[in-house]
Structure formats: C-alpha cells, structure tokens
Design a protein around this ligand. Structure first.
Ligand code: NAI
Ligand code: MG
Length: 328
C-alpha cells in the first residue's frame, strides 16, 4: 500500500487528476491510499494561503505526490514545494508518441535538470541605475548529485550514454566545475559513455539530430530551456509529463498549467497527467505497472479513435480515461 499525496490544484489540474486516479485505481496488483490536499489560486482565496502547511506536511510524509496544476500562484506553490521537499532532480522525458504533433518519430530520451541552484536561486541585486546583477550558484556537491543521478538513471533504463550540457568556455568557474564533476562521476561508470556539449550547440543538435541523445544532464536554467525545446519536438503540452525527485520523496506533474481557456469543459488531454503517474510508478519501483500504464496510453493513441480536441479528436477527458482503462 502506497501513501500518495494528491494535489489537484486549479482548473484542468482537477480534471486531469481525476483521470489519473481513475486509471491508477484500475491497475491490478497495486494498492494506493490517496490523500487529497489543497493548493493554488482557489485555496488562496478560500484560506488566505496558496500553499497551506498541512499540504507541505502531507507531501513530506507520503511515498510520492501527484500534482495537477495551479494558476497564478504557480511560483508560490510548485517552486516552494520543490524547495520544501528538497526535490533536486527535475526529469523531463522527450518521447514521441503516435498520432501526436511530434516532429520526429522514435525519440526517447530524458532531460535531467538540476533543480535547486544555478540561475534560479534568483539572487538579484539592484546594481546601478543602469542595470542589475543576478548571481548564479553552482556547487560541487549539487553537481555531483545530479550527474550521478543521471548516470544511475541511464544504467537503470538500459541507456548507454550521458550528455553533459554547460557553457564552460565562458562561465569558466561555475560551468567549469560542472564539467569537471561530469567527468569525475563518469569515471565511476564504465558501462556508460559520456560526452559534453555547449548549451548553444545542444539547442541546435536537438533540432538537427535529436535521435542521438539518450540522457542529458544540465544546470537549472539550461535544463528549463532545453526541456521546453524538447517538448516542442514531441508536440503539445497535453502530452508532456515530468517528475521532481528527492532523497525522501518524488512529485509528479504534467508540464502544463491550469489552462483557464478550456477549464470546466471536460476536454483537457489527460495523457500528460497519466504519463506523470506512470513516472511515479517507476519511481516507486513498480516498473511493471508503469509499463502497463504507458502501453495503454500508446494503444489509445495508435487506435486514434478516442482523442481530445488538442490531438484532433472529439473525445472528452473522461472518455479518453475510460479508453485507457479498457486498454489496461
Ligand atoms: P497552460 O499550460 O495552462 O496552457 C497553455 C495552452 O495549452 C492553453 O491554450 C491550454 O488550453 C493548452 N493546454 C495545456 N494543457 C492542456 C491539456 N492537458 N489539454 C489540452 N490543452 C492543454 O499555460 P498558460 O496558459 O501559460 O498558463 C495558465 C495558468 O497556468 C497560469 O495561471 C499559469 O501561472 C499556470 N501554470 C501553472 C503551472 C503549474 O502548475 N505547474 C505550469 C504552467 C502554468
Ligand atoms: Mg519551464
């Protein structure tokens, strides 16, 4: 029995969460205890805080956390949750599925982004009237931790190469350290190849030869940008799941937001949330169930009979969910 904290949030966050819970409950041989918690815009107007302490406590004390999406309070909620739960690794798979808007067939690589430091410590100072300064922190310990995670991930998923991405030619101290850590960690993994590229070149290679990547590991800001480029490669926010991994727990969420333009219509694509739930199953070492769930999604996509409007279909969120359930 797994203890799962469930934070549906706002707008379509609630709709896709219902979809994910429906298919998780339909999985054989695995039991969950789902506990709901509040966060987001509605929570703010109801309780005066966008992220109540009880929600943080519940998430901390669960085996894993499922997060839908919130609205304008995203920075106060999801960014803070990542910090409070010490979720140091952000996982963004770039995988092409049939009958989607993917630009390339057959892509299947993982972007592993450092989630705790780099540019996003957001230590900005007023400098002069002419400008301001932002500090960027790269430490040896956080670099080694994220790089080691990437190599472990490669090994566990039968991948044979890790690509480190940086800008060490210009940022000699910070990214120099990251590059050094890459090769230091790599020396402990004889079975996995290593290479490194500058971030600007990588942005081009993602378009010109995305098939050559297996696992990319990089610092916070570069990872944020490259993973959205990866999302563009495989088309459509409704398809992109993600994971935030810490030592103690993991939080799994679709990349999309609360989509106020379609909220309440019951037409949100539930695949990103369902695939996030599959990533959670992998995190819980329930690989067989994870595989079952993603195969069911692939089957529904291949049949192309029950798809939401963003994928060119006419089905509702719950019709797609039922189709996935039947495919299980
Ligand atoms: P968004 O991801 O909510 O929507 C962007 C566009 O993609 C919209 O046209 C929407 O209809 C469409 N879309 C997104 N998910 C979809 C799905 N599952 N099925 C079908 N269509 C889908 O991003 P936007 O519009 O920039 O932000 C809306 C709100 O969401 C804002 O308040 C923002 O702060 C919040 N947000 C929250 C995030 C989170 O909770 N992690 C992440 C991104 C935005
Ligand atoms: Mg982003």
């Amino acid at each position: 029995m797994y203890e799962i904290a469930v934070i549906p949030g706002d707008g379509i966050g609630k709709e896709v969460m219902e979809a994910a819970l429906t298919v998780l409950k339909a999985l054989p041989d695995i039991e969950f205890n789902f506990t709901f918690a509040e966060a987001g815009d509605e929570c703010l107007s109801k309780t005066g805080t966008a992220l109540p302490d009880e929600t943080i406590e519940l998430a901390k004390n669960s085996d894993a956390c499922l997060f839908g999406a919130v609205g304008e309070t995203a920075a106060d909620v999801i960014v803070r949750l990542r910090q409070e739960l010490r979720l140091f690794a952000n996982l963004r798979p770039v995988k092409s599925y049939p009958n989607t808007n993917a630009l390339f067939d057959g892509l299947d690589f993982m972007i592993v982004r450092e989630n705790t430091e780099g540019m996003y410590i957001a230590k900005e100072e007023e400098y002069t009237e002419e400008g301001a300064v932002a500090k960027r922190i790269i430490t040896k310990s956080a670099s080694e931790r994220i790089i080691d995670y990437a190599f472990q991930y490669a090994r566990n998923t039968n991948r044979s190469k890790v690509t480190g991405v940086h800008k060490a030619n210009v940022l000699k101290k910070t990214d120099g350290l990251f590059k050094e850590a890459l090769y230091e960690v790599a020396s402990r993994y004889d079975d996995i190849d290593v290479e490194d590229f500058y971030v600007d070149a990588t942005a081009m290679y993602l378009i010109t030869r995305p098939q050559s990547f297996e696992v990319i590991v990089t610092t916070n800001l570069f990872g944020d940008i490259l993973s959205d480029e990866g999302a563009g490669l495989v088309g459509g926010l409704g398809m992109i799941p993600s994971g935030n991994i810490g030592e103690d727990t993991g939080l799994f969420e679709p990349v999309h937001g609360s989509a106020p333009d379609i909220a309440g219509q019951g037409i949100a694509n539930p695949f990103a949330m369902i695939l996030s739930a599959a990533m959670m199953l992998d995190f819980l070492h329930e690989h067989e169930s994870a595989q079952k769930l993603s195969s069911a999604v692939v089957k529904v996509l291949e049949e192309a009979k029950t798809l939401t409007p963003d994928l060119g279909g006419e089905a509702s969120t719950m019709e797609v969910t039922e189709a996935v359930k039947n495919a299980l």
